[in-house]
Design a protein around this ligand. Structure first.
Ligand code: UT7
Length: 329
């Protein structure tokens, strides 16, 4: 019997309407369009302004778009995996909320927390579920409301992050298409350099944690930068070497969008020419687990059946990895 692969058969995405550009940010804190553009490559980011809405709001809109495009019905879905660091609540899972809002009744649904690597970790997990033969239609989300954990008094982190959601539909195939290989890693010694310090079980919310801004992102930028460059560039090269893929074999490289200078390092390690690298950081900033599926959503029309695509990400944990995909349609 031929091997079952998990292939992407549809995509959806959503970004909020509100555009927070560098000029508006410069009126809120001591920063400038010039600094943000040259150091990071971001011009603007989207912010979810609708009151009392969380990550699930954007994820549901992304999935509704996917359903409309592919003709998928809620009752077809048997598994939902959500890569997110900003679920609507600590519990229940964002996946449960999304399932309910989409009218999906009979699916297993849960969240995966691997920070900015959340989508590639969720995709790899989803592929394993499909390869068992038991799951047939899986929604894999990367979705984040980063503005809910961003301190807009901190110029070292506030310009970096934005909100958005992307989703792919994954299905079984016996063709040589879909998720071909993944390399995923974690180094927990990196945890203290990029974290949200309070609100979990170690430091539950208190007046003190709120006064100390410990419910928003803490990042040691240069330390994280160094590890992001080494690990994302390294793992992208490793997955190509392991599978005998040369730069000319790669049709598209889709790196996590945290900093254009980190993307440059990945591009130079892989040798993939710039015109085959999907980059949208200037429009959306770092939407954490959502960057890669939003890139896939925006670039979908460029892809052809059989295209070799490398996805790569790095995030808090530290977590990082790469996925080699063959595009399915
Ligand atoms: O997505 C998950 C993982 N996250 C990442 O991959 C992010 C990795 N880190 C980075 O991308 C970069 O380290 C940052 C974009 C966060 C910072 O860039 P940098 O080139 O590492 O800047 P820096 O932290 O070394 O700061 C350089 C200078 C400092 O001033 P002094 O000490 O040289 O006078 C900062 O105070 O830039 C200053 N600075 C700013 N100036 C204007 C920091 N933020 C700003 C700002 N506007 N927004």
């Amino acid at each position: 019997m031929s091997k079952i692969h998990a292939v992407i058969t549809g995509v959806g995405g959503y970004v909020p309407e509100y555009v927070l550009d560098n000029h508006e940010l410069s009126t809120m804190m001591d920063t400038s369009d010039e600094w943000i553009t040259t150091r990071v490559g971001i011009k603007e980011r989207r912010i979810l302004k609708e009151p009392n809405t969380g990550t699930s709001y954007m994820a549901v809109k992304a999935a509704e778009g996917l359903f409309a495009k592919t003709g998928t019905k809620p009752e077809d879905i048997d598994l939902i995996l959500v890569g997110t660091t900003t679920p609507d609540y600590i519990f229940p899972s964002c996946a449960s909320i999304i399932a309910d809002k989409l009218g999906i009744k009979n699916a297993l649904a849960f969240d995966l927390q691997a920070a900015c690597s959340g989508f590639i970790v969720a995709l790899t997990n989803a592929a394993s579920f499909i390869e068992t033969g038991r799951y047939k239609k899986v929604l894999v989300f990367g979705a984040e409301k980063m503005s809910s954990i961003t301190n807009y008094d901190d110029r070292t982190t506030a310009p970096l992050f934005g909100d958005g959601a992307g989703v792919v539909l994954l299905e079984p195939t016996t063709e040589e298409l879909g998720v071909m290989d993944s390399l995923l890693s974690t180094d927990g010694s990196g945890s203290k350099h990029l974290m949200l310090k309070a609100g979990g079980s170690a430091y539950p919310a208190s007046l003190e944690t709120i006064q100390k801004h410990e419910h928003t992102i803490y990042q040691e930028g240069q330390y994280v930068f160094k590890h992001a460059v080494t690990n994302m560039a390294g793992v992208s090269g490793d997955i190509m070497d392991k599978n005998n893929l040369k730069s000319e074999d790669i049709n598209w490289l889709i790196p996590h969008q945290a900093n254009l200078r980190i993307i440059d390092a990945v591009v130079s390690r892989t040798g993939v020419p710039y015109e085959r690298v999907i980059i949208n950081i200037e429009k959306y900033g770092n939407t954490s687990a959502a960057t890669i599926p939003i890139c896939i959503w925006e670039a979908e029309k460029k892809f052809k059946k059989g295209d070799n695509i490398i996805l790569t990400a790095f995030g808090a944990g530290f977590t990082w990895g790469a996925v080699w995909l063959k595009w399915g349609y």
